[in-house]
Design a binder for this molecule. Structure first.
Ligand code: CMP
Length: 141
């Protein structure tokens, strides 16, 4: 079993698309280990996306991720990281395949509805960024 972190981003939360996105995730066979709606501080967004610190879009990305509520979701499934990335589609919605979450809900590379972990190691670390092991255990006892 693998873990991956989904985040429903502020654009999708504002448009009331969170429920439809969660339904797509669950229908694709992912187990929701933990989930919450929260608002990131600039420091949290900066830390979460630190790997992109040198990229030209880092500031814009952090500002956007703080612009409204987000819904982080800890997911579990066999092959969760790759399967979830396939479900969400390409970063740029113009390149996202039919039937993917980003094709349906994203409007640009920045406002692209959802985040997904990009490796098995990051899946574990990003889940831990938002959820404690005791919280996950209590949810799934
Ligand atoms: P995400 O999966 O959250 O991981 C990093 C994010 O950076 C990515 O989704 C995009 O939303 C964002 N991103 C990548 N490229 C660009 C870009 N050229 N302009 C703005 N944001 C970008």
């Amino acid at each position: 079993m693998e873990r991956t972190l989904a985040i429903i981003k502020p654009d999708a939360v504002k448009k009331n698309n969170a429920g439809d996105i969660i339904a797509m995730i669950q229908q694709a066979g992912f187990k929701v280990l933990a989930m919450k709606q929260t608002r990131l501080t600039p420091a949290q967004a900066g830390a979460f996306y630190e790997v992109h610190k040198e990229r030209p879009f880092y500031g814009e990305l952090c500002n956007f991720m703080c612009s409204g509520a987000v819904v982080p979701i800890a997911l579990e499934k066999e092959n969760a990281v790759a399967d979830y990335r396939a479900l969400i589609g390409a970063t740029d919605p113009a390149e996202a395949a039919e039937g993917t979450i980003r094709k349906r809900f994203a409007s640009s590379k920045g406002e692209n509805a959802v985040h997904g972990s990009d490796s098995v190691e990051n899946g574990v670390n990003e889940v831990a960024f938002f959820f404690s092991e005791s919280e996950i255990a209590a949810n799934n006892a």
